[in-house]
Design a protein around this ligand. Structure first.
Ligand code: FE2
Ligand code: FE2
Length: 502
């Protein structure tokens, strides 16, 4: 559904003046509220788990109730009232969509499942709470019978019996989907994709932290996650490719490893790799920068250019990575391809890369795949020393310029086919004067310029409206309904592309 013409973003070819979209209106929630909301969900999750272990009188519970109370009351003090509500698969805090942080993913998932099981769709806290009120509420909530449609009413009555009238619950609204079952299945896959993506980031973080602290790193989980990712990539690579748009500035190393792995797997799939080879490639890509765990944080996060000494240290990360991987016993059988792939991910066949070699060497296939994935992700991610990254289109253009000397031209061609002529995540202006985000490349190689677009629009009240359209769609006379006029820079329009892929 699109709002009346007058409400559309006014972007015209003639003036070419971007109209600023305020962060709030572009579908966001202010960052402090978002932090508090994430905190609320985490505390709610922890408390729900604890209440399943201890009875309501147990002192072990006190600390958790207090923390939950603090978060709730901070929010009520700020907002006057606090409503947490589920719409489809998202939580809304006082009617604003709540985006979860990487760390918050498990809590969001847990809460969503538990609420849905109990058919509770919204809980409102209308006045400041006390510990006793919350303690009673959480036990009443946890003891609701799964699947009972009367739950919201029952909860209300139970609370009223204790003279608690300032907590209200409403039943879950089952959204009647008019789309086909196919779409629902796609939604499920997207949820699976999110789960794999965030779990892998969490796991790689654990592995890197342990290696840093010279502790035992458990990589079996990483292997399992890589297997799951491969299944999904084989079925529909666009889901995980979409996830790579989620660029987390603070968690660069972890996000980067996962993104490089997704790109590498998608390239490997196009090359017809077996599942076994894909698994090796996926793990190699996940661990390609593991050697950086031995480089001081100050150097990794230095906002300025590295001096000579620092740069020499930085150049040691491929070799350090090889050493680490060879010592990871749980990786099981290590194929030499994996070790070599890590070793030469910054090597060029003309010896201009690093580590320094004295004889020319062909860069391995894994190495060449990872180089492309690595460069593309690094260029399109904001970094401490380059806060505004290249747009996907600019990054590809730069890589093409370098192709003769650096990137494997055939692999680069495959990669461009993957992310499209209009790469995934590009912001584009259409000939209908609508603007949108390239959401999924066209799977037909002859129609690479006709991807699926997520229109970014507003309804009459100024709320963001999302609509998915295929540029391959034609009208009755066979003319394309919409075409791309040009790409736009999302930073100029204050549009956070990542949000649209979550
Ligand atoms: Fe690297
Ligand atoms: Fe890298």
């Amino acid at each position: 559904m699109i709002g009346p013409k007058g409400d559309k973003m006014d972007i015209t070819e003639s003036t070419n003046q971007p109209k600023k979209v305020s962060p709030k209106k572009s579908g966001g929630i202010d960052s402090e509220l978002s932090k508090l909301g994430n905190n609320l969900v985490t505390k709610f999750h922890v408390l729900m788990r604890i209440t399943q272990i201890y009875d309501s009188k147990n002192v072990a519970l006190n600390q958790f109730v207090t923390e939950f109370l603090d978060t709730i009351n901070t929010l009520i003090n700020r907002e006057g009232v606090l409503s947490l509500k589920i719409i489809k698969n998202d939580f809304f805090l006082n009617d604003q969509p709540l985006r979860y942080s990487v760390e918050g993913f498990t809590s969001f998932k847990y809460l969503l499942t538990q609420w849905k099981k109990r058919l509770i769709g919204e809980v409102t806290f209308k006045t400041l709470m006390t510990e006793e009120m919350l303690r009673y509420f959480i036990y009443a909530f946890i003891n609701l019978e799964e699947g009972c449609e009367e739950n919201a009413n029952l909860l209300k009555k139970q609370l009223e019996n204790r003279h608690i009238t300032s907590i209200e619950a409403t039943p879950l609204e089952v959204v009647e989907d008019d789309e086909e079952a196919f779409t629902l299945q796609k939604e499920d896959q997207r949820e699976v994709g999110k789960k794999i993506f965030f779990e892998t980031i969490g796991t790689i973080k654990e592995v890197i932290t342990n290696i840093k602290g010279n502790q035992h790193a458990d990589v079996r989980k990483l292997k399992r996650l890589a297997q799951k990712a491969i299944h999904l990539v084989i079925e529909d690579e666009s889901i995980l490719l979409g996830m790579t748009m989620i660029k987390n500035y603070d968690e660069y190393t972890f996000n980067h490893s996962v993104n490089v792995s997704i790109y590498a797997l998608a390239i490997g799939k196009r090359l017809g790799f077996s599942k076994k080879t894909l698994a090796e490639l996926g793990i190699t890509a996940l661990l390609h920068d593991i050697g950086k765990s031995k480089i001081p944080r100050e150097i990794l996060n230095k906002p300025a250019a590295l001096d000579n000494e620092e740069w020499e240290l930085m150049k040691k990360h491929p070799l350090a990575g090889v050493e680490i991987v060879l010592n990871l016993k749980q990786l099981g059988e290590i194929n030499p391809r994996m070790v070599v792939g890590i070793f030469d991910h910054h090597l060029t066949s003309d010896l201009s890369g690093y580590p320094k070699l004295y004889r020319k060497k062909e860069v391995s296939l894994f190495g060449r795949i990872i180089q492309i994935a690595d460069a593309y992700d690094a260029m399109t991610t904001p970094r401490i020393y380059k806060k505004i990254p290249y747009t996907p289109e600019q990054a590809l253009a730069l890589m093409l310029l370098e192709k003769a000397v650096h990137f494997d031209p055939l692999l680069l061609k495959i990669f461009i086919g993957l992310v499209g002529i209009y790469p995934l995540g590009s912001l584009v202006l259409l000939n209908t004067r609508e603007i949108g985000i390239v959401y999924k490349p066209n799977s037909d190689g002859n129609c690479l310029d006709r991807p699926t677009i997520l229109l970014v629009d507003r309804d009459a009240e100024g709320n963001p409206v999302k609509e998915m359209v295929s540029l391959a769609e034609t009208d009755g006379e066979g003319n394309y309904k919409r075409s791309i006029v040009k790409t736009l820079d999302p930073y100029k329009y204050h549009i956070d592309i990542a949000k649209y892929f979550l």
